[in-house]
Every structure is written in C-alpha cells, then in structure tokens.
Design a protein around this ligand. Structure first.
Ligand code: SAM
Length: 314
C-alpha cells in the first residue's frame, strides 16, 4: 500500500478562521492524515479538546502517534453526518467552538491504486471512503440503468456528454465485466467526441461516480443542518470545498436559514418565529499562488467561514 504524504491545504488560514480559544473544544470532521488536527492541537492549552472523525478506516488506523497519544485528542471512525450523536456521546453537544471540514479526497485516495479513485492508477473500481460498508462503484456500475447513470454523470460531474458516456459504459458492461479503473477510463475516453482542455477525459465522470457512491452532498447537507445545535454560541464552521457543487450546498443552506432570502414576503410568518442561524464571517478565501504551485491539489480549494448567530437574533 502506498502511504503518500497528504499536504494539508490552507493550513494557516484554516487555523486563523477557527479563531481558536486555547481552552476551547473543536472538531476536525475530516481527520485524513491529521495535518489540520496537529495544528489545532498545537493551538490548544491543556484544557482544550479536539475530537476528530473520518469515514476511512485506513486513515483512522494510520493516525500519527504524536496525535493519537495526545490526551486532549479523541478520534472516531464514522461519518460527519452523525456528528450530533457523536457530540452527545462525547458530552460536548452545544459547547463546540469550531468544526473544520476539509472535504473530498486525500492524497492517499488518489495515489493508492487499490482505492479505485483515480484513472491514473489502475486498480479495482471502488471509490468508497468507507470500505467497511456500502457498495463499491464497480458493483453499482454492474447494475445501474443507463438513464440513472447518465443523470449521475451530468449532475455530479457537470459532464455535457453524460448520455454518450452512460451509453458506452452500459453497452460495454453488458458485453464484458468492466474490470478496473483503466478499463473504465478507456471506455469514457472513447465515448468523448472531443478532448477536454487541460484535464483527462474521464475526470468529470470519475468525480461524479465518487460523489454519488459516497453520498457526499447529502451528508454535507445533513451536517450543516445539525451543526447549529452542536455549536456553542458564536461557534464556527470552517469548510474547505473543492468544487462548485459543495459551494452550492453551502449557499442553499444559508439561503434557507437566512430569513431575508428564504421567506417570501407574502408568507404570513411572524418575524419572532424566524431565526438567522449563521453569519458569513468573510467572503470565501482562495489559496495563494505559492501554495497552488507547491501543492497543486489546493488549486480548486475555497475556504468558507460561518459563525453561529446569536440565539436571540430575530
Ligand atoms: C481532504 S482529506 C482531509 C485531510 C486532512 N485535513 C489532513 O490534513 O490530513 C478528506 C478526508 O475526509 C474523509 N471524509 C470524506 N467524507 C467524510 C464524511 N462524510 N465523514 C467523515 N470523513 C469523511 C476522507 O476519508 C478523507 O480522509
């Protein structure tokens, strides 16, 4: 197994955005290889606490010794959409000062062929963050109907040739088993009428299948709506996103939680029943040119910072 080094993205900006209180309580909702967790721990004093979650059993099992042995630190294998339950279990519900989300894949996922996330590394078509449950992308591709496949590729990959690609995949899988990522990438490549500029022809389709298999947008929606109850007053949500679909989920969430945008003026709802849940702390921040050139994985990153609005705000 390749143990690739994951370089944490926008590390300083993430820590700054969390506005860490040294004795505060924080959650790293996407532990990965602990780059951000380590920095959060370094900002806490002996009373501060960090709880972390990752869906990937491998990432959890590989937690660095210096982090795992820190008495202020707790790590759990699980999905961040269950943070409300975890925070009750940990006895910190309603008292968390900040939650960090560094969404998407780690370098390990892309570099390790056996995880099946990449068209550059040939391996089984798996693509699950959590290989201990759910079905792999390969199993899904064996049975999905053409229309659903086309819809997924279009919706989550923003791929205009989704119909052609879906038709080609279904045609091929009915003739022979699509055995590995190389095979899948070749089928997609052949189905494309013209080449993508600056990216592999399979990029969008692989992204779409990955997002679908891991229900990435659904779990993000769930955790956003639960996060208000978990946070302490003025607690922060710091979210590193990597594509416009994640940004859209955040925007839509804010729209329905912001009375000005969500409530049509003609609805007979009294203002005392409306509550603004989050304030946007600043416009989303992008990585510096230096960071993008030293860590190309950061190029599409955007940092979003939200703060729990005062409970008495109406
Ligand atoms: C970009 S990596 C995080 C890297 C980490 N910040 C670091 O510096 O090492 C994203 C991680 O989030 C995990 N992940 C993705 N979706 C998740 C979810 N719904 N719940 C928990 N972890 C998730 C992935 O398994 C992956 O390890």
């Amino acid at each position: 197994m390749v143990v690739s080094k994951h370089i944490p993205v926008m590390l300083d900006q993430c820590i700054e955005s969390l506005a860490i209180l040294p004795s505060g309580t924080y959650i790293d909702a996407t532990f990965g290889f602990g780059g951000h967790s380590k920095e959060i721990l370094d900002s806490l004093d002996s009373k501060g606490r960090l709880y972390a979650v990752d869906k990937d059993t491998y990432a959890v099992s590989m937690a660095r010794e210096d982090i795992a042995s820190d008495k202020r630190f707790t790590l759990k294998h699980g999905c961040f959409s269950d943070l409300e339950d975890y925070s009750k279990e940990w006895g910190i519900h309603g008292s968390i000062n900040g939650i960090l989300f560094d969404l998407g894949v780690s370098s390990h996922h892309l570099d390790e062929a056996s995880r099946g996330f990449s068209f550059n590394k040939n391996g089984p078509i798996d693509m699950r963050f959590d290989q201990s449950c759910g079905i792999s992308a390969c199993e899904w591709l064996e049975t999905v109907d053409e229309q659903t496949l086309s819809y997924v590729i279009w919706k989550y990959g923003d791929e205009r040739y989704s119909r052609r690609i879906a038709r080609a995949i279904v045609y091929q899988r009915d003739k022979e088993r699509i055995s590995d990522t190389d095979h899948l990438a070749k089928i997609i490549d052949k189905a494309m009428p013209r080449n993508e500029k600056h990216k592999h022809n399979a990029t969008r389709t692989f992204q779409a299948i990955r997002i679908f298999i891991n229900k990435e947008l659904e779990v993000l929606k769930d955790v956003l709506s639960n996060s208000y109850n978990i946070l302490a007053p003025k607690g922060r949500l710091v979210l590193l996103t990597y594509h416009s679909l994640e940004d859209r989920v955040i925007k839509d969430f804010l729209a329905v939680t912001d009375e000005n945008i969500s409530t049509p003026r003609n609805l007979p709802i009294k203002s005392e029943f409306l509550k603004k849940m989050f304030n946007i702390v600043s416009k989303s921040i992008k990585p510096s040119k230096d960071e993008v050139s030293s860590n190309p994985r950061s190029r599409s990153a955007k940092l979003n910072i939200l703060e729990k609005a005062n409970e008495d705000y109406v």
